[in-house]
Design a protein around this ligand. Structure first.
Ligand SMILES: *[C@@H]1O[C@H](CO)[C@@H](O)[C@H](O)[C@H]1NC(C)=O
Ligand SMILES: *[C@@H]1O[C@H](CO)[C@@H](O)[C@H](O)[C@H]1NC(C)=O
Length: 423
């Protein structure tokens, strides 16, 4: 089991201004897809990971540009400062500026044996506090071109996460746009767009606030969703195998007033859905928080991942449901270990058919014909899943996209007719 890694923002300590303002004078009235100009010149061309970096950055930029619209800038973005965090801003960008861009992103790299994968922060704002430039710093230590495709997919999630920080998912901006409230020493989100959605989503009409992450130290605190509530959402502070870019993140950026989000790009996210107010608060008594059961395994709601209950760093007595294995092109099935009687889970090749769910193991085929029925392989009893959750518009797209009008619309990081291809 790999240790989860915090995606920290910049350490802002002792720097009075780690950002600057410029006067970008004029914007169009209409919203159009954001034009992000990415500068990767600072990346080391001799690094064996160079191609991988460029590919991941490109995919993240395409996704972000397709997800957010802005009022486009009529002017060039001209830097009035010499630095964007670690980056020395090229002279050209200070003189003539960058044209046909709404956001400028500098990408650079380092290699340190520390547990963060990437860091990021906006560095330049316009007169209305709209971020117009930022930096992403990649930690080469956690990348390798020999990584499995699923690991690369996880890294893509991290890079998209950093893009989202630079666009404004950052406590400083959330505070500026009056989207937060401090209650008993903890910061909460309260902006109207996200709260309206959250009330419906959690089925909690009295919900007024959503918790932001208080862990992670001064650089990261309150710039992420609370992990205990949002688990695998992309803007929580730790990377996970089952990351989802959900509507929640899109609505946060939209509530700043700067962006319009293309909500159809949201991935399938169901964590805590319809589970009430306690699920939204994310305390130990939340129905989505697991009670620690050592060595037990279970399937995710979409039967895509094998999960376990990981002890929470915050609360000793309860745990966080955490993905351990991505079944990739197979699906997860629950079973009970006959000798220990522990709950376990395993990935099997399977297919939704008119005769039920066809499950294959070691060349042998069995059919699941009703929910919670059992089948057996080599004397091992396997529990059948809930058919309507297992076989749906998502299963037709390898669980990585949704079938819309007979076509798969793939989630972030997947492509192909049935979303089976990664990147
Ligand atoms: C935030 O609220 C304060 C106080 O009500 C107000 O003065 C300020 O203009 C608001 N800021 C924004 C960006 O709306
Ligand atoms: C929402 O909660 C109410 C009671 O609080 C319950 O009656 C209703 O079935 C719930 N709706 C969903 C979709 O779970």
């Amino acid at each position: 089991m790999k240790v989860l890694i915090l995606l920290l923002l910049w350490t802002i300590e002792c720097q009075v201004t780690d950002y600057s303002f410029i006067q970008v004078l004029d914007y169009n009235q209409d919203f159009d897809p954001i034009r992000i100009k990415v500068f990767t010149k600072k990346l080391d061309k001799d690094n064996p990971n160079h191609k991988l970096f460029k590919k991941l950055i490109k995919s993240a930029a395409l996704f972000t540009q397709d997800t957010y619209k802005v009022r486009r800038s009529k002017n060039n973005i001209v830097f009035n400062v010499k630095e964007c965090h670690h980056i020395k801003v090229p002279k050209k960008h200070r003189k003539r500026g960058i044209k046909n861009a709404d956001f400028v992103l500098y990408v650079t790299e380092t290699d340190v044996a520390e547990n963060w994968i990437a860091k990021s922060s906006p560095c330049l704002y316009d007169q209305n506090y709209r971020p117009v430039a930022g930096e992403i710093l990649l930690n080469n230590h956690h990348f390798s071109k020999k990584m499995s495709k699923l690991d690369k997919y996880e890294r893509l999630g991290t890079i998209v996460h950093e893009f989202t920080h630079t666009l404004g998912f950052h406590s400083r901006l959330l505070n500026h746009f009056n989207m937060t409230e401090m209650i008993q020493d903890k910061l909460y989100l309260k902006s109207p767009g996200i709260m309206e959605y959250a009330k419906q989503y959690f089925n909690c009409s009295s919900l007024q606030y959503l918790p932001l992450e208080d862990d992670g130290g001064p650089s990261s605190q309150y710039s992420h969703f609370e992990k205990m509530t949002f688990n695998q959402e992309i803007m929580t502070g730790t990377a996970s195998r089952d990351t989802v870019y959900s509507k929640f993140t899109m609505l946060v950026l939209q509530d700043t007033g700067i962006y319009q989000a293309n909500l159809v790009n949201a991935g399938r996210y169901q964590w805590g859905m319809n589970q009430g107010c306690l699920a939204a608060q994310g305390g130990c008594d939340s129905p989505t928080i697991c009670k620690l059961a050592k060595n037990e395994r279970f399937c995710s709601y979409n039967y895509q991942h094998i999960q376990f209950c990981k002890p929470s760093q915050k609360l000793a007595e309860c745990g966080l449901v955490t993905a351990l294995t991505d079944c990739n092109q197979r699906r997860c099935f629950n079973y009970q270990d006959p000798t220990t009687l522990l709950h376990k889970a395993k990935c099997f090749k399977s297919k939704c058919t008119s005769l039920g769910i066809r499950v294959k193991y070691n060349g042998e085929v069995q059919y699941c014909q009703s929910d919670f029925a059992t089948i057996s392989f080599d004397g091992q009893i396997i529990q059948c899943p809930v058919f309507k959750d297992f076989c749906n518009d998502y299963s037709a797209c390898n669980n990585r996209g949704q079938l819309i009008d007979g076509k798969c619309r793939c989630d972030l990081g997947f492509k192909g007719k049935k979303c089976k291809k990664l990147l």
